[in-house]
Design a binder for this molecule. Structure first.
Ligand code: MRU
Length: 360
């Protein structure tokens, strides 16, 4: 997708073989490319959220495994690196999925082959992510088209956090149907939840939609219910960090409240996700480990000061306590459907298991 009219991916291998990412902690204020040189850099990039979003975390971890194997191709080191990467952010299952893909593949080969094999697998996962997200977009755009055919006016879509292209290698999950609907000339307007405390909505989603010239408006996290009641939201589309095979969806904190408001107001609530986000071992959202992040993410907020420098300022009383829970679980009953690369399915075990049969 576009940044200043130039096409970018969120992670890439440059002509000199360096693994590059965009430092998302600096967006939308500053654009900076960063090199991942080793396993340590990768763990820092994931845990400090220079890269974030379930699919992108997965692909980054795959490259991190390659960097670890470059340091030492021995089985003991590979397993240890995998454990460290998986622990760097516990909720998004794509992380474990990608690490397991690399481990399962490289251990079939002798040590001297593991470096090149791991790079091949990481590149393949990255390319697949783009293809899969584009498919999600094509599937999801049908929902937007149906609304447009009935309404004959701009379709209002509400999204939470950033499940945009910045959260994947390209296209995004929740935003991919938006980009594809735009390509079908459907007029669109997006309500972007600010998504405190890290503001992925106002910092990232709004910025990426503007780069693509998609009309959008930032709203506070508490505004969605009011807008739905006023009939100003036609559909909600979010992403997912982990979806149980029974259909419960874990996503950025606040997603659950949006789903409740959508249910109450008869607004369709869809979740866009690649099949790599499905947890095939988990039958209930209650079993998902929810990441708790540093409370300073609530106490401090980043912005541009009058000298155009990025500055962090405290926005809470100095002795105040804060509880920074990063994700919540939306029970399946509030979800109208899951938009996957294999089609749109209901959030229930039968339909989700039908996807499993299609995965190669
Ligand atoms: O904490 P983040 O920014 O990694 O959270 C991101 C989300 O919750 C996304 O909605 C989710 O990862 C899906 S991304 C396509």
């Amino acid at each position: 997708m576009l940044i200043n009219n130039k096409n970018y991916k969120t992670i890439w291998v440059n002509n000199s073989g360096k693994i590059k990412i965009i430092d998302q902690n600096l967006l939308p204020f500053k654009f900076k490319e960063v090199e991942l040189k080793n396993l340590r850099d990768t763990i820092v990039a994931i845990s400090t959220m220079q890269v974030r979003g379930a699919p992108l975390i997965g692909v980054t971890a795959a490259y991190g495994m390659h960097l670890a194997i470059k340091e030492s191709p021995l089985k003991k080191n590979i397993i240890h690196a995998g454990k460290k990467l998986i622990a760097s952010r516990p909720t998004a299952i794509n992380l474990k999925w990608a690490v397991d893909k690399i481990i399962n593949k490289v251990l079939k080969f002798p040590s001297d082959k593991r470096k090149s094999i791991s790079l091949e697998v990481a590149k393949k996962l990255s390319e697949d992510d783009e293809v899969i997200n584009e498919k999600i977009g094509k599937q999801g755009s049908k929902l937007i088209l149906d609304i447009f055919k009935k309404k004959k006016k701009a379709v209002n879509i509400l999204t939470h956090c950033n499940a945009g292209w910045l959260a994947t290698v390209d296209w995004g999950t929740a935003t991919s149907p938006i980009y594809k609907a735009r390509d079908l000339d459907i007029p669109i307007h997006v309500w972007v939840d600010e998504t405190r405390p890290r503001n992925q909505g106002s910092f990232l989603t709004s910025w990426e939609l503007m780069q693509e010239k998609i009309d959008n408006t930032i709203i506070t996290d508490n505004a969605g219910g009011y807008l739905m009641k006023q009939g100003l939201v036609d559909i909600v589309i979010t992403g997912s960090d982990r979806t149980t095979f029974t259909g419960d969806v874990c996503n950025k904190i606040g997603t659950y409240l949006k789903a409740l408001a959508a249910y109450e107001n008869n607004v369709p609530f869809y979740v866009a996700l690649p099949s790599s986000t499905i947890d095939w071992n988990n039958s209930s959202g209650d079993q998902i480990l929810i990441e708790e992040r540093n409370e300073n993410e609530i106490h401090f907020i980043k912005g541009l000061n009058s000298k155009n420098k990025i500055e962090s300022i405290r926005v809470t009383p100095s002795a105040a306590k804060a509880f920074n829970v990063a994700f919540d679980v939306t029970p399946r009953k509030y979800i109208s459907g899951l938009i996957t690369e294999y089609g749109i399915v209901k959030a229930n075990k039968k339909e989700i298991m039908s996807i499993k049969k299609k995965i190669k």
